[in-house]
Design a protein around this ligand. Structure first.
Ligand SMILES: [Zn+2]
Length: 137
């Protein structure tokens, strides 16, 4: 069972990756070899997958969905590493993360990031520096 959103309690979606299988052409093929961009591959006709098992030759992660195109070829898949969820596994959406953050800021007013504390210190030091302001007559 996956984690639930700390704000609304809904299940948190898996963080999946898209991976495409594109037919190789003279333009996209590199020296006649398969080219792997990290998000997909250009494949010669005989290497294009038609089954999930054939897709497994190209990716290590779990295959959770496939998209089929002309000729019943699989042209794209979504994979999951088996452990990653969106929003760090804490929230199901950006809206819930923001609302939870507002609630935390309200309920724990002295809690902040070091970046905030450094900015606050720099601002206060600047305000404390004596300054002379010319007043035009
Ligand atoms: Zn939520």
């Amino acid at each position: 069972m996956g984690p639930l959103c700390k704000h609304c309690g809904k299940p948190i979606p898996k963080a999946t990756r898209h991976f495409g299988f594109t037919p190789a052409t003279l333009n996209n093929r590199e020296n006649g070899q398969r080219f792997n961009s990290g998000y997909g591959m250009y494949l010669d006709e005989e290497l294009r997958p038609k089954t999930v098992e054939e897709c497994r030759r190209y990716v290590n992660d779990q295959i959770i969905s496939v998209g089929r195109g002309p000729g019943n070829y699989i042209y794209s898949i979504h994979t999951w590493d088996g452990e990653s969820y969106v929003w760090g596994g804490h929230f199901h959406s950006q809206s819930c993360a923001a609302q939870f953050g507002l609630g935390m800021a309200h309920n724990f007013p002295t809690y902040s990031t070091s970046t905030y504390r450094e900015a606050l210190k720099a601002r206060d030091e600047k305000d404390a520096t004596p300054r002379r302001t010319k007043i035009e007559k």
